[in-house]
Design a protein around this ligand. Structure first.
Ligand code: NAP
Length: 339
C-alpha cells in the first residue's frame, strides 16, 4: 500500500466492464470526474475495444482503456497484473470485481482445470485482487459484486426456483467431479452460481479483516472492501447459457414484468449505485459490509462464518499458487519504500 503522493488522477479497474452492469459502472465513474482513469479488464478484445470507444464518446472522458484479462486463466490474470504494473496509469484507487458467469447446461473448466463458475467468479478475482494489493494507493476501495441469490431464505429465490448455496469446502467446489451429486444440470449450475456468490462475500469479509488486522487499512488511510448486490437485472448477458425460451423470457419478458418487482433494477440504475460505492465520501471508511442498492444490510448467516472464510482463503491461495511476495508480503515491501 502506498500513500497518495500528489494529485495525479486515480485509476479504477473494472472486471467485465465491457458490458452489462460493469459497463454502466464504468460509464458512471468516467462521467463523474475526468480525473478518473478507467481500465476495462476484459477477455473480449473486439467487443471491449468498441465498448471503450463508446464510453469515451458517451462520457467525454478520454482516459479509458482496455487491458486484457481472462479470469478463467491464472496465466492471463498474472499477465494482467504485470501489464498494469508496467503501464503509466495514475495511482490505483479502486477495483470492482464485477465479471461473472452462470453455466447451466454442462460442466466446464477453466484453463487450469477448475470448475468454471467457481474458477471465474471467485478464484479469478481472488488472485487478481491479491496481485493488485501492492499497487493500491490509500484511500482505496475494493468492491465484490455478489447477488441476493446467495440468501437461502429469500422469497424471490424460492419463487424463481433458485437453489441455495452449498459450501462444503473450496477444493470440492474447484473439483466437483469428486462429489456425488444427484441433481439435474440446471439446478447444479445455478447452485454453483449461488455458491460462488457466497464465496465473493466470504472472500470480501476475509480480505477486509486481514487488511485491518495487519494494519494496512486504518481510519486515516483506509483500504475498504465491501460487497454489492445489484438486484435482479434482466436483459444482461448473464443468462447466455440458458435455452432459447428462457433467454427470450430473460431478454424480453422479464424486463417489463420487473418494472413492478421491488428487487429488480435496470443495469443503468445499479451501475450508478455501484459507482457511488466507489465515489461517495460517505462510504470512504466503511468496510466489510454488504449493500443492496445503497442500503447497508446483513448478508446470509453463513457468509459471516469466519472458519469457512479462512478455509476458503487458504485453499484458494494454494489452488492459484499464490506466493507470499505476490500478496501481503509485497505490500510490506512497498509500504517500507513509500512511507
Ligand atoms: N443480471 C442479474 O440479474 C444479476 C443479479 C445479481 C448479481 N449479478 C452479478 O452482476 C455481475 C455482472 O453481471 P451482468 O448481469 O452484468 O452480466 P453480463 O452482462 O454477462 O456481464 C458479465 C461480464 O463478465 C465478463 N466475464 C465473464 N467471464 C469472464 C472471464 N473469464 N474473464 C473476464 N471477464 C469475464 C463478461 O465478459 P464477456 O463479454 O467477454 O462475456 C461480461 O463483461 C456478475 O457478477 C453477476 O453475478 C447479476
Amino acid at each position: 500500500m502506498k500513500v497518495q503522493p500528489s494529485k495525479l488522477g486515480k485509476t479504477v479497474i473494472i472486471t467485465g466492464g465491457n458490458r452489462g452492469l460493469g459497463y454502466e459502472c464504468a460509464k458512471a465513474i468516467a462521467a463523474f470526474d475526468q480525473d478518473w482513469h478507467v481500465i476495462i479488464a476484459s477477455r473480449n478484445h473486439k467487443q471491449a475495444t468498441l465498448s471503450v470507444k463508446q464510453l469515451v464518446a458517451q462520457t467525454g472522458n478520454r482516459s479509458i482503456e482496455l487491458i486484457e484479462l481472462d479470469l478463467a486463466s491464472l496465466a492471463s490474470i498474472r499477465a494482467f497484473a504485470k501489464d498494469f504494473a508496467a503501464s503509466n496509469c495514475p495511482p490505483l484507487h479502486a477495483i470492482v470485481c464485477n465479471a461473472g458467469i452462470q453455466i447451466v447446461t454442462r460442466t466446464t473448466y477453466t484453463k487450469d482445470g477448475f470448475e468454471s463458475t467457481f474458477g471465474v467468479n471467485h478464484l479469478g478475482h481472488f488472485l487478481l485482487v491479491n496481485l493488485l494489493l501492492q499497487h493500491l494507493v490509500s484511500p482505496s476501495r475494493i468492491i465484490f459484486v455478489s447477488s441476493g441469490t446467495h440468501l437461502p431464505n429469500e422469497k424471490l429465490n424460492h419463487l424463481i426456483n433458485i437453489p441455495s448455496p452449498k459450501y462444503c469446502n473450496a477444493r470440492l467446489l474447484a473439483f466437483p467431479e469428486s462429489a456425488c451429486i444427484e441433481e439435474d444440470i440446471l439446478t447444479i449450475g445455478l447452485r454453483r452460481y449461488t455458491t460462488s456468490k457466497l464465496c465473493n462475500i466470504l472472500c470480501a469479509y476475509e480480505l477486509a479483516h486481514r487488511l485491518q488486522s495487519q494494519g494496512y487499512s486504518t481510519q486515516q488511510q483506509p483500504i475498504t472492501v465491501n460487497v454489492f448486490d445489484p438486484g435482479l437485472m434482466p436483459g444482461t448477458g448473464i443468462a447466455r447459457d440458458y435455452n432459447s425460451i428462457q433467454r427470450f423470457a430473460w431478454n424480453f419478458l422479464l424486463p417489463g414484468i420487473c418494472l413492478f418487482v421491488p428487487y429488480a433494477n435496470s443495469t443503468n440504475k445499479s451501475g450508478k449505485n455501484l459507482a457511488r460505492l466507489i465515489l461517495a465520501p460517505e462510504f470512504a471508511t466503511v468496510t466489510g459490509k454488504y449493500f443492496v442498492d445503497l442500503q447497508q444490510v446483513r448478508s446470509s448467516k453463513e457468509s459471516y462464518d469466519r472458519k469457512k472464510a479462512a478455509e476458503l482463503w487458504q485453499t484458494s491461495a494454494q489452488l492459484v499458487n499464490l506466493a507470499p511476495d505476490e500478496t501481503f508480503d509485497g505490500i510490506k515491501e512497498n509500504f517500507a519504500v513509500h512511507i
